[in-house]
Write a protein that binds this ligand. Structure first.
Ligand code: VG1
Ligand code: CO
Length: 543
């Protein structure tokens, strides 16, 4: 068993996007492709002696191979200790939890999250730093720079490590500790929420379906919801992580979790429905006859946070990504706390949480979380809702209706145009940006434009600046249209159009969402020339 130095040449396009490097599995399977990126991580980290790293993934196809490669490269780079989830499994929030709990130097998460898996699907890799959160841009840029210049990688030629038994082994002197993927995370959840109240709720006959979407959150949901909280077996459906997610698209939204939504709209609906994504960091909350928008979910959690023991002392502040609706802003205002608007991607929340400026964070893309870890956390959000339902006895529908009555309703929708010709998408965004300076003050379809810009974020903690983070057109009544190009897609470009309209009057809280937003949809199409430029007549996905 020796450490090999293997000559290699750079691959183009290894720049991490919104959340790590995501490519087709077949691209990752090219000899040296994964190794180059991992070598670039180690070159960025520098001296690893004495350091502990955490490693795990969402169990998708290629996960086990990648884990072995990374372990053998970590050993070659002198890492002292690796904590690996059994079977190579760790959800994204669990990686964050384990890094923090065990004082690790960082971690590597293997996932393409909500992207489909399997031999023809996607794979991904992401580095998380000491606080448990995604590496900030200066780190991902340093990794990218190394991918463009490296000429060799180092790897041990030792036999594969047994990932299926809890315990510690040695690899070239590096300690490999295979850990229970659920235990640390479950213990943390027990400290945040009123598990006694939730147990009593299930004892009273409360019914729920949690759709694990055949992805990583199944084992976590089974252990906590069915195990610790005593929900009946069968509460968790699609609870076994499969390498191809059963052929499904593990993105919890009303389109991909249509079965769950249909069940919740039907006569035999349970009291509560929820789902999570490929790597367990997203969540969808569904009541009888209503899928709660992620933006509303963040606002409702914020408004009621003190009902959960872990948040009883109150929340310090809220942060939301720019395209996320402004529902949470209204709650922050009522609570007299700050609300921050950040670019898309969880990495922008880390500094605010580390500095103690915010407790809750959320994104419109079914992502909600808090400073308990530094990733968004799907099951955490579901447990938060269970806690709220258990201690108030109110159903989801009532929570939402009462919230709208108090704060007003932010009608919200995202229209995605997937696999668009990248050149056409870039040209559309460029033309749109060129129009922005003249838009403010204009009247479009009955709305007066108050602000039109390409969003720039200056981090209030370290002063770092992120520019070109999405075009926003804000109307004088607070309604908004936002355009962004996705940073997680693996085919052509994905254009996201985000639409938001605020309605204070409870008499107008019962419109159909797409109808309520139709005026803004027409403006968005006109101003962006999306249809002419892309040839697309309608969105690929509406959520
Ligand atoms: C999307 C979402 C973004 C989220 C990111 C990672 O990014 O819009 O809000 O943080 O996915 O989520 P983009 O660049 O495609 O819009 V996950 O659950 O895929 O790690
Ligand atoms: Co995810």
């Amino acid at each position: 068993m020796t450490i090999q130095t293997v000559a290699t040449t750079p691959f183009a396009g290894q720049r991490p996007g919104t959340s790590g490097l995501r490519k087709k599995v077949t691209e990752f399977q090219q000899p040296g492709y994964l190794e180059n990126f991992v070598e670039a991580i180690f070159l960025t980290l520098g001296d690893c002696s004495g350091r502990t790293l955490v490693l795990g993934g969402d169990g998708r196809y290629f996960n086990r191979d990648a884990i072995q490669t990374i372990l053998h490269m970590a050993a070659a780079h002198g890492v002292a200790r690796m904590l690996v989830g059994r079977g190579g499994i760790l959800s994204t929030p669990a990686v964050s939890c384990v890094i923090r709990k065990h004082g690790a130097f960082g971690g590597i998460v293997l996932s393409a999250s909500h992207n489909p898996g399997g031999p023809d699907g996607d794979f991904g890799i992401k580095y998380n730093i000491e606080n448990g959160g995604p590496a900030p841009e200066k780190v991902t840029e340093a990794i990218f720079a190394h991918t463009q210049t490296l000429s060799a990688y180092r790897i041990s030629d030792a036999p594969p490590v047994n990932l299926d038994e809890i315990g510690t082994t040695s690899l070239e002197g590096m300690q490999v500790e295979v850990i229970d993927p659920v235990a640390d995370y479950a213990e943390l959840m027990g400290r945040l929420f009123d598990f006694d109240a939730i147990r009593a709720l299930f004892k009273r006959g409360f019914t729920m379906k949690f759709d694990g979407m055949s992805a990583v959150s199944g084992p976590y949901a089974r252990a906590i919801i069915e195990g610790v909280l005593g929900a009946p077996a069968g509460t968790v459906i699609n609870g076994e992580p499969l390498e191809d997610f059963g052929g499904h698209h593990p993105d919890p939204n009303p389109v991909n979790a249509a079965e769950l939504v249909a069940l919740m709209n039907g006569p035999d609906a349970p009291d509560f429905g929820a789902a999570s994504d490929g790597d367990g960091d997203r969540n969808m909350i569904v009541g009888r006859g209503i899928a709660v928008t992620p933006s509303d979910s963040l606002a409702i959690i914020a408004a009621n946070a003190t009902l959960a023991p872990g948040y009883a002392a109150g929340i310090k502040g809220i942060a939301r990504s720019m395209p996320t609706s402004t529902a949470a802003d209204r709650v922050a205002e009522a609570l007299g706390i700050s609300c921050f608007e950040t670019p898309t991607g969880w990495k922008y929340f880390g500094n605010l949480m580390d500095a103690g400026m915010v407790t809750l964070c959320g994104e419109e893309s079914y992502g909600t979380g808090s400073s308990h870890v530094r990733e968004k956390d799907g099951l955490w959000a579901v447990l938060f809702w269970l806690n709220l339902l258990a201690v108030t006895g109110k159903p989801v529908e009532q929570f939402v209706a009462e919230h709208w009555a108090r704060f007003g309703r932010n009608y919200y929708s995202r229209h995605d145009y997937e696999a668009v010709d990248a050149t056409a998408a870039d040209a559309m965004m460029a033309a749109l940006c060129a129009k922005l300076p003249k838009l403010a003050g204009q009247t479009l379809g009955g709305y007066r434009v108050a602000l039109a810009d390409d969003f720039v974020y200056t981090d209030p903690v370290d002063g770092s600046v992120a520019s070109k983070q999405g075009v926003r057109i804000v109307m004088s009544d607070g309604s908004r249209i936002v355009f962004r190009l996705s940073g997680t897609g693996t085919e052509g470009a994905t254009i996201r159009v985000y639409l938001e309209r605020y309605e204070a009057d409870p008499a107008r809280h019962h419109l159909e969402t797409q109808q309520a937003l139709s005026g803004l949809v027409a403006i968005a199409d006109g101003v962006s020339e999306l249809r002419q430029r892309t040839g697309r007549q309608r969105p690929s996905v509406i959520t």
